[in-house]
Design a protein around this ligand. Structure first.
Ligand SMILES: NC(=O)c1ccc[n+]([C@@H]2O[C@H](COP(=O)([O-])OP(=O)(O)OC[C@H]3O[C@@H](n4cnc5c(N)ncnc54)[C@H](O)[C@@H]3O)[C@@H](O)[C@H]2O)c1
Length: 336
């Protein structure tokens, strides 16, 4: 099927990753429909796309059967990004997190059958590895050890997809994304790299817990390319597969991230403390996606940190305090 004949439904496409992915898909000639409930008042992240002939936006909740069925009309492929994303917001709204991250996705899977859907891509997280007992990088078949409700919901839905794979008349792929960084139209300053870079660039004092804990990072443009790679790869390479998304070189401790930031911010005020509430500590191997899909990342944390600090110093994000809820997944304003 030619690209221009494929109509991709991006659920949660107005978010941090989705607003980058949707632009890339349009640029490549795909038709794109976003279904999004705009729970962070994030309409401006995609409003300019309304002028694109291959683009449509549907406001609504993917947990609503009528909305979902309407959004699926004419769709050839589905990317599920919508979720309550991150440990803090899931902890704050646990019942809602279980609904949006688990109940609705399970319902979605049922809706996709008999609709001539080709590919379904679920964005899971490397947080599923949680706390590793040894120093080796986690591979896709390594034990999962979720440390939060957020990761628990992701692990459970992954399992649900794989357990029900035989009843799916489309190809499902699970992507476990590294922690994202980079500048998006729906910018998030609640993620490690952007949060640390912003706080220190503004001369604030930063309290960092457990600075020697590891985590992998990946730029939102590279994450989007991985999703497109799955859409474009032969079915037998991706069907029923799980891939970690990132690069072996982009595993860092928090201290290493801070060292990169210190290249661009002089005399940063950093206090280190042990015993934080987030026990995650994991390094991840990205060999499988490289070897099977010939996938490689292009952007580095170092370059992105420089760009974020430059943008902050030049007042491109001077409204973060006034629009806190737009710039991060801190709380929900609306009646969800
Ligand atoms: N950002 C990261 O570091 C990261 C890392 C690993 C995995 N992921 C995964 O990638 C996906 C996207 O993450 P993000 O950072 O872009 O998140 P985000 O919070 O910026 O975007 C989520 C989008 O989903 C929408 N949404 C939420 N509930 C909805 C509902 N019921 N119906 C319709 N729309 C709804 C929101 O309005 C928002 O636009 C998530 O599934 C997340 O778990 C993200």
């Amino acid at each position: 099927m030619k690209q221009e004949e494929r109509h991709i439904l991006v659920i949660g496409g107005a978010g941090y990753i989705g607003s980058v992915l949707s632009r890339k898909l349009l640029h490549k000639g795909y038709k794109v429909r976003i279904l999004d409930k705009l729970i962070y008042d994030n309409n401006c992240s995609v409003s300019d796309l309304s002028e694109e002939k291959n683009f449509s936006f549907m406001y609504g909740d993917f947990g609503d059967d009528v909305v979902l069925n309407n959004s699926l009309k004419g769709t050839t492929d589905v990317v599920l990004l919508a979720a309550l994303v991150g440990d803090p917001i899931c902890k704050k709204y646990p019942d809602l997190a279980k609904k949006v991250n688990l109940e609705y996705p399970k319902k979605l899977i049922q809706h996709l059958t008999n609709k001539s859907i080709k590919r379904f891509i679920f964005t899971s997280t490397c947080s599923n590895y949680g706390l590793r007992n040894d120093d080796t990088p986690a591979e896709e078949n390594s034990d999962l050890n979720p440390q939060s409700l957020y990761a628990e919901t992701k692990v459970e839905f992954e399992r649900y997809i794989l357990d029900n794979i035989k009843s799916q008349d489309y190809s499902s792929t699970i992507l476990r994304l590294a922690t994202a960084f980079g500048i998006s139209n729906r910018m998030r300053f609640d993620l490690t790299i952007s949060e640390f870079a912003r706080e220190l660039a503004l001369g604030k004092e930063l309290l960092v817990f457990d600075e020697n804990t590891w985590r992998p990072y990946c730029h939102i443009a590279d994450i989007s390319e991985a999703i497109i790679k799955v859409l474009e790869s032969p079915k037998d390479k991706v069907q029923g597969e799980v891939f970690n998304v990132g690069s072996n070189k982009e595993n860092y401790t928090k201290k290493m991230i801070l060292e990169l930031i210190q290249k661009y911010v002089h005399n940063p005020k950093i206090n280190y403390k042990l015993g934080g509430f987030d026990p995650r500590n994991y390094r991840v191997s990205f060999n499988k996606i490289k070897n099977v899909l010939n996938y490689q990342t292009r952007c580095t944390a170092d370059e992105s940190i420089k760009q974020i600090i430059n943008a902050i110093n030049n007042h491109l994000f001077s409204d973060v305090e006034q629009r806190k809820n737009f710039y991060g997944n801190y709380y929900l304003d609306m009646n969800y």
